[in-house]
Ligand binder design. Structure first.
Ligand SMILES: [Zn+2]
Length: 493
């Protein structure tokens, strides 16, 4: 898909993946989310160790952290945490979660894609259901909170309700789902679990194979799950049967810790484009070709990478807009745009050879879909100019696109007041406003947004570190997240 090569540049040529249907409306851009602004908005909810522990319901206090640690021990590897799609450790973790769901008073089952469900029907089983979820799989050498926190905090909240005799009094069905795959480590295809529930997983996904040639279908059948194209359709939920989807997740970035606030409401999840840039020149001897006679792709690639950094740091210096809406879009873009060159390869990659070819990747994310297109267009134009000036050629291929997802305003308001109430209950003081963040990382909520309205809460993690054994969440913040889910569910009584 070489959409930005010289012959096929087009601002509006979009190649959407299956997960990229949501279109951002201009009106959203009227309320951009400058992350830097959050630094002054939060109260310091720190030093909680000295606070009385009975501020939390006992179940939250005694079980949530212990269960996170217990789940963190369920691994396919010795010495580090790894749970990929339906691996032995994933199956074991799923069974453990199922047991905890039953202890919380939920009716449980495992669907054909290996997702673990726990549900209470409440007073009206035909009402639209509230779904709460996150993923049980992990990356390689993972932390114990990514994904698991969203499942455990929801189960802890429901168990508190159950122990208070209120679980059956909820006015709509509430269902917790532990998704079988979000990270996509084994099959390089994210959201296998939630995309199936949302009804956007194509049947062809069943035939994707891992490095050893084993397919998604093989793995499911090995786990006694009778997956067929027909049964895949049965995993899908009917939109009219669902009221909304809520997910609690660690932030995986440093902003929330910087504000000093334990929880944030998520405004939306950034859209993403991945590009592959290939620069071709003239391969030659490092000692014999004069500098003035070289067609060296390496300096052209280097200049392009530095250009990208400048463009993404200060897009307003490179892009110009006409009209009110577009000028506001530029502000939104400036506050959320991040670009990364994470991989670079050269050919033939020898110290005494002028390379014939240099390839690098670009990962570009922002909440502003129109802005993302504008940045890609501007970068492509300037990259081609650089290559022309250096007498090399370049091709820019578009490898992946996912549009931004906006969280639902009403759900976000409810989550915000639940977070506020949890933190206020915790500190006994009136708090400043709960921060609102944009998510630069993808989550199951992205897939679920194709089924229903979504809302998310972020929980701060130490140093913003994630996808690492160094990932850490304060015990008090785990409890606070459970308390926030409890407050949110209590609005459904
Ligand atoms: Zn995650």
């Amino acid at each position: 898909m070489a959409v930005a090569s010289r012959s096929s540049q087009s601002f509006f040529v979009l190649h959407f993946s299956s997960l990229s249907i949501t279109i951002l409306l201009c009106s959203f851009l009227l309320s951009p989310l400058p992350t830097a602004a959050f630094a002054s908005s939060g109260v310091r909810v720190e030093g909680l160790e000295s606070r009385p522990r009975n501020l939390y319901p006992e179940i939250l206090r005694d079980e949530a952290v212990a269960r996170l640690r217990q789940l963190g021990e369920v691994s396919d590897a010795d010495g580090y945490l790894e749970r990929t799609f339906l691996s032995p450790a994933s199956v074991k973790a799923g069974n453990l979660i199922r047991q905890w769901m039953e202890e919380a008073g939920l009716r449980t089952w495992i669907d054909y894609m290996g997702n673990v469900h726990g549900r209470v029907e409440g007073r009206n089983e035909s009402a639209e259901a509230l779904l709460i979820g996150s993923h049980l799989d992990t990356v390689v050498d993972a932390g114990i909170f990514d994904g698991s926190l969203g499942i455990i905090s929801a189960l802890a909240a429901l168990k508190v309700l159950n122990s208070n005799g209120k679980l059956q009094a909820v006015r709509r069905p509430i269902e917790v789902i532990a998704f079988s795959d979000e990270e996509g480590v084994r099959f390089q295809s994210t959201f296998l679990g939630s995309a199936a529930v949302a009804g956007i997983l194509p049947a062809s996904a069943l035939h994707i194979s891992d490095k050893s040639g084993v397919t998604v279908e093989d793995v499911l059948k090995d786990s006694s799950l009778d997956i067929t194209e027909e049964n895949l359709l049965k995993v899908k939920y009917e939109p009219r049967s669902v009221w909304g989807y809520v997910e609690v997740h660690i932030e995986q970035g440093p902003v929330l810790e910087h504000t000093g606030f334990p929880l944030a409401v998520v405004k939306g999840i950034a859209g993403q484009t991945r590009l592959k840039v290939t620069v071709r020149g003239s391969q030659g001897h490092a000692g014999t070709v004069p500098m003035s006679m070289r067609q060296d792709p390496m300096p052209a690639a280097a200049e392009g990478i530095v250009l990208l950094e400048s463009l993404c740091k200060c897009p307003e210096e490179f892009l110009s807009y006409d009209g009110h809406c577009k000028s506001i879009s530029l502000k939104s873009l400036s506050s959320s745009l991040v670009c990364t060159v994470g991989e670079i390869t050269t050919w033939p990659s020898a110290s005494n050879v002028i390379p014939g070819q240099v390839t690098f990747t670009i990962d570009l994310r922002t909440i502003d879909d129109m802005g993302r297109e504008a940045v890609i267009y501007e970068f492509s134009n300037r990259m081609h100019q650089i290559c022309d000036q250096r007498s090399v050629s370049c091709t820019i291929e578009r490898k992946h696109d996912a549009n931004a997802v906006l969280c639902d305003t009403e759900l976000s308001m409810r989550l915000k007041s639940a977070a506020y109430s949890a933190v206020t209950r915790l500190t006994g003081e009136i708090q400043d406003e709960v921060p609102v963040l944009m998510s630069g990382a993808g989550h199951d909520a992205m897939a679920m947004s194709h089924l229903t309205k979504v809302g998310m809460l972020f929980v701060r993690c130490r140093g913003g570190v994630s996808h690492s054994p160094e990932e850490n969440v304060l015990d008090e913040d785990v409890w606070t997240s459970g308390l926030a889910v409890l407050s949110f569910i209590e609005t459904q009584l």
